[in-house]
Design a protein. Sequence first.
Length: 295
Amino acid sequence: MRILAFSDVRRWEGYEEILDMVKPDVVCLAGDLTSDGGAAFWSKALTQIPAYRQEVIEKLRELGVEFVWEEHVPYPSIMISPLDPRRLMVMKEILSIEEKYRKSREFHEIVKRIHVEKFYHFLEYAGRRSRVLVVRGDHDYDFEGDYDVNRINGIPGCSEISGRFVEIGGMRFLGLGFEETHYRQKLREIVAMYRGRVDVVVAHSELSRIPIIAELKPKLIIGGHFLSGKYLVNNIPAAFTAGIKYAVIDIDQDAPPKITLYDYRGNIVKPEAEQRFRRRLYERYEWLKPYPEDI
């Protein structure tokens, strides 16, 4: 079975082409799909609100600040030295205006157009070609109504599986969204219920919960929210997809999964690229080990 996995989506452009290239049997989306802290829309949407730009300009003129502001750029360039204490005050004024417009209905409507609806368009496209499994991340709660479980389940080929178990082609999948993993007691109850009955876990989880998830004894953990790379978690294979574009995983019942990670330029992620960072991880988390490179 071939799995295409990704999470924490910054922008939806390009994923349909990736799907056509990879030709997966199953697509696993591990949360933060309608919103993400690093998503491009947070700044892009501001450029489409004329009132935001006008209010910032008026405030800068009121403060007597020189600036340059290019078209389609969310923030002005302020002609104040970084060492000048006034700069911090001016930046706070701009951020206050930004926060005001980020809470506006207009901002939300733009976000839905440039990001959220592209998520659902991808589901419709992917659902015609593969089975698609989706779990909810913490940022999928950012804007009420954007992440719609009923809408996801209503798209042919797509299933929202947060807290749910499904079987595809003899492979058993368990979905764990942020709500299922954040509360330790709730997660332990789920683990007790499904231990030894799961092949693949799709999770959006804090790193501290991953060892508990590994107690399910699956063949593979796919994780969003934090960390990128392929590892062994208490000897359980794991692919973490935050901070990368996507992962391609070939898995069957008898052999360890083959995991290939791709960055935002479409290049294969090589372990040595993050070697120093990973050494610190291994020192801090004794349950986390390098994934064998000969697989």
